[in-house]
Design a protein around this ligand. Structure first.
Ligand code: AMP
Length: 285
């Protein structure tokens, strides 16, 4: 496994791999790897001849006052885990390599980037779409792997590659959870012991929605109210940003559970102490 920090060097390498007719799979991450990331890598390893893991804590997707500085980082541990999973190349650029001082171009996915998490984290998805497009261009990936854990992000990336005719297949990977249902995330590291013990509440509350909807509840406002009650009962939940019901195919809002065969994306963003967590579930009727 080789670690490459320079864009030029990576692009030349990617060109030669493509010339040899080999498929490149890209797994873009911000590092501090956990089992969720490893699931993406394993899927790429199965489907592609050359696997590239990018590790880049992207300053453009963090707002002022967010956790860019304190975001957990451990490149040596990440490299060790990546090597064990059979990653071929780690792309690990510095921020100054990715964003030259004269950088002026950003990608915005209208209508998808300013709802849900985008309404609470202004500019976040603009930063995400921009860095993903850059990574796709640099690595010349045939396939790129994204987790359903960040459902909105995955949909935004899909929309972007379709709209901008980027020749890559976006592969989605189901959410990997801890035993109590908490979706794995590098940010779980911020939780203290008590907060961690209580963090399974998000998944519990998604399951509550599933039970209600599958049990015949059509009015999603009623479902939301019950979910909020469940969350607010827990004293470690300091704030709920949103609970939303969306069409999983296009993220349009849904107010009524429809007929069977339809699916509903239930997405939640809530704070445990000073840590913001997100989770979601697709409920098939
Ligand atoms: P991050 O390093 O948090 O930016 O995540 C990098 C990629 O891993 C994204 O596509 C995430 O959706 C995916 N990912 C993160 N956590 C999980 C998880 N628990 N299960 C599946 N995929 C995940």
């Amino acid at each position: 496994m080789k670690t490459i920090k320079k864009i030029k060097e990576f692009t030349l390498l990617a060109e030669s791999i493509r010339k040899r007719g080999k498929t490149i799979g890209l797994v873009p991450t911000m590092g501090f790897l956990h089992e969720g990331h490893l699931r993406l890598i394993r899927m790429a390893r199965k489907q592609c001849e050359v696997v590239v893991l990018s590790i880049f804590v992207n300053p453009a997707q963090f707002g002022p006052g967010e956790d860019f500085e304190k975001y957990p980082r451990d490149i040596n541990r990440d490299r060790h885990l990546a090597e064990k999973e059979g990653v071929d190349y780690v792309f690990y650029p510095a921020a100054s390599e990715m964003y030259k001082s004269e950088h002026k171009t950003f990608v915005e996915v209208e209508g998808l980037g300013d709802i849900m998490c985008g309404a609470y984290r202004q500019g976040h998805f603009k930063g995400v779409a921009t860095v993903v497009l850059k990574l796709l261009n640099i690595t010349k990936a045939n396939r790129a792997y994204f987790g359903e854990k960040d459902y909105q992000q995955m949909m935004i990336v899909k929309r972007m590659v379709d709209d901008l005719n980027v020749d890559v297949e976006i592969v989605r990977v189901p959410t990997v959870r801890e035993e109590d249902g908490l979706a794995m995330s590098s940010r779980n590291r911020y939780l203290d012991r008590k907060e961690r013990e209580n963090a399974g509440i998000l998944y519990k509350c998604l399951n509550k929605a599933k039970d209600m909807i599958k049990g015949g509840e059509k009015n999603l406002r009623v479902v939301r109210t019950e979910m909020i009650k469940e969350l607010e009962k827990n004293r470690y939940i300091s704030r709920v940003d949103y609970i939303e019901f969306r069409n999983p195919l296009n993220l349009q809002e849904i107010s009524e559970a429809g007929e069977s065969g339809r699916s509903i994306l239930v997405a939640v963003a809530a704070w445990i102490g000073s840590t913001r967590l997100i989770d979601n579930m697709v409920i098939k009727l």
